[in-house]
Design a protein around this ligand. Structure first.
Ligand SMILES: CC(C)(COP(=O)(O)OP(=O)(O)OC[C@H]1O[C@@H](n2cnc3c(N)ncnc32)[C@H](O)[C@@H]1OP(=O)(O)O)[C@@H](O)C(=O)NCCC(=O)NCCS
Length: 172
């Protein structure tokens, strides 16, 4: 399942994100996105209404994280990020598997998320899992135009049934 993950970071484990992680999380977030979440966004998500996990090494180094918001029989994936220095090693898949496990534990039937249409890497990851584009949200994300002026980018809304994804990923 996560064969590529086993090699580079063998002892990394998933656990709940805490206040102590916010410095490391913000360091990754600022390097991963042109328009990163604020520290306050993460701090706000550290409450029982959200599922918020980090993938961290035993020495405390954070490799990636996700933030998801359970709803009525559904879960909304709000943030999924891997340290840019570690992209392409299978960590994104490992985190997304953890989202699926969390969704099933919460009784979610449907998982959905928004992604920038320009984010080909993430879209490819989601499509490989079995997510489908179901809608577009106009002018959803902040962006910069070719002149460096602020503008907006649409969001692609993608969704999938949790049990279908878990079967595809062979997750118990
Ligand atoms: C999207 C992201 C989480 C993927 O994490 P990752 O650890 O790099 O991905 P993985 O190594 O697990 O690869 C999973 C899949 O992603 C895609 N992918 C990974 N590296 C890729 C690359 N260089 N080019 C294109 N697709 C790539 C592939 O579909 C890959 O599956 P495959 O190996 O079977 O082809 C990561 O790139 C990231 O944090 N990006 C910045 C934050 C972000 O955009 N988050 C998503 C917001 S919606």
């Amino acid at each position: 399942m996560s064969a590529q993950f086993n090699a580079p970071q063998p002892e990394a484990e998933l656990r709940a994100m805490t206040e102590m992680d916010l410095h490391a999380v913000m360091s990754i977030e600022r390097r991963a996105y042109e328009f990163p979440w604020s520290r306050g966004n993460f701090a706000d998500s550290l409450n029982p209404r959200y599922v918020v996990q980090v993938l961290a090494r035993p020495d405390g180094v954070v490799l990636g994280y996700f933030v998801a918001m359970p709803g009525v029989e559904e879960m909304h994936l709000l943030n999924l990020t891997v340290d840019p220095a570690l992209h392409g090693l299978g960590l994104g898949r490992h985190l997304l598997d953890a989202v699926l496990v969390a969704a099933a534990m919460q009784g979610a039937l449907l998982l959905w998320l928004e992604v920038r249409p320009s984010n080909h890497r993430a879209i490819r990851l989601y499509e490989r899992y079995g997510f489908h584009a179901v809608a577009k949200r106009r002018n959803y994300y902040p962006a910069l135009d070719v002149y460096g002026q602020p503008c907006k980018e649409d969001a692609l809304v993608m969704s999938a049934q949790v049990d279908v994804l878990r079967r595809r990923r062979d997750l118990a």
